[in-house]
Ligand binder design. Structure first.
Ligand code: ATP
Length: 236
C-alpha cells in the first residue's frame, strides 16, 4: 500500500534521514523503533508531506506517486497523521475537533456514521462532546486526536508517540483501539517509545538509527531476538 525508498532529509547540515526504505501492506500494523533523535518523527512528517523537498525519493501510495503532494493532498489520498503532542485545537470542543477532521472531500459522505464509529471506539468521548479539549486529560486528548484523524477516512493512520505521557491504563485503551482500527481495514504506521507495547501489537518493525534503516522484521521474532531485547527492551 505504502512504498518508500531512497528517502533523505537534512535540517541544514544535519542529515536527519538518509536513504530510508519502508513498506506498509494493507491492514498491517508497523512500528518504527529507534533512539531519541533517530529521525522517526521526520520520517512520518516526510510521508505526510510536511517536510519538503523530497527530491530523489520514491514514495508511492496505492500505486501512485505522492512524493510531490502537499499535506492536504496526502490526506485526500487517505493518509492521516496524529502528530506528536496530538495537534488538537484546545479551545475547541471535542465535537468541533472531530468535525474538523472530516474536511477532506473523501470524508464528506458518511460523516455521521464515522462519528458514531469513533464514539463507539472511544465511548468516554460521548459525554464530553461539548467540552473544550484543553480541559481534558492527556489520554482523552489522544483519543480526540485519533478520532479526528479517523474522521478523514484514512486508509493509513500514522501516529507519532501515541502513548507518550499516558497512564498505563489509558495507553492500553489506546493500543486496544489501534487493533480495532486495523480490524476495520486501516493500516497503521506508528512511532512508539514504548517498544514492548508496540512489539505486542505490531506485525512488523523497522529499526531506524541515525536516520538510516538499521533492520526490520516480524515483530514476534524481533521480540525474542537478544540484540533487540538489549537495545530496545532494556533486558540484559
Ligand atoms: P524523538 O524520539 O526524540 O522524538 P525522533 O527519532 O523522532 O526523535 P526527529 O524528531 O525526527 O527524531 O529528529 C531527527 C534529528 O533531526 C534530531 O537530531 C533533531 O534534533 C533534528 N531535527 C528535528 N527537527 C528539526 C528542525 N526543525 N530543525 C533542525 N533539526 C531538527
Amino acid at each position: 500500500m505504502l512504498e518508500i525508498s531512497g528517502l533523505s532529509h537534512a535540517y541544514g547540515k544535519h542529515q536527519a534521514l538518509a536513504d530510508v526504505t519502508l513498506e506498509v501492506a494493507p491492514r498491517e500494523i508497523i512500528a518504527i523503533l529507534g533512539a531519541n533523535g533517530a529521525g522517526k518523527s521526520t520520517l512520518l512528517k516526510a510521508i505526510a508531506g510536511l517536510i519538503r523537498p523530497r527530491a530523489g525519493a520514491v514514495m508511492r501510495f496505492d500505486g501512485s506517486d505522492i512524493a510531490q503532494l502537499l499535506p492536504h493532498q496526502i490526506v485526500e489520498r487517505g493518509i492521516a497523521l496524529v502528530p506528536e503532542g496530538r495537534g488538537v485545537f484546545g479551545d475547541l470542543t471535542v465535537a468541533e475537533n472531530l468535525q474538523l477532521g472530516a474536511y477532506p472531500a473523501r470524508a464528506r459522505d458518511g460523516e455521521d456514521a464515522r462519528l458514531a464509529h469513533v464514539l463507539a471506539l472511544f465511548p468516554r468521548l460521548t459525554e464530553r462532546m461539548g467540552q473544550a479539549v484543553r480541559t481534558m486529560s492527556g489520554g482523552e486528548q489522544q483519543m480526540v486526536a485519533i478520532g479526528r484523524a479517523l474522521m478523514s477516512r484514512p486508509q493509513l493512520l500514522m501516529l507519532d508517540e501515541p502513548s507518550l505521557g499516558l497512564s498505563p491504563l489509558l495507553s492500553r485503551e489506546v493500543f486496544r483501539a489501534l487493533k480495532t482500527i486495523r480490524g476495520d481495514g486501516v493500516g497503521i504506521l506508528m512511532v512508539e517509545q514504548n517498544a514492548r507495547a508496540s512489539l505486542d501489537i505490531a506485525d512488523r518493525v523497522y529499526l531506524i538509527e541515525q536516520g538510516r534503516n538499521a533492520g526490520d522484521g516480524v515483530a514476534s521474532e524481533m521480540k525474542s531476538n537478544a540484540d533487540i531485547q538489549r537495545a530496545y527492551l532494556g533486558q540484559s
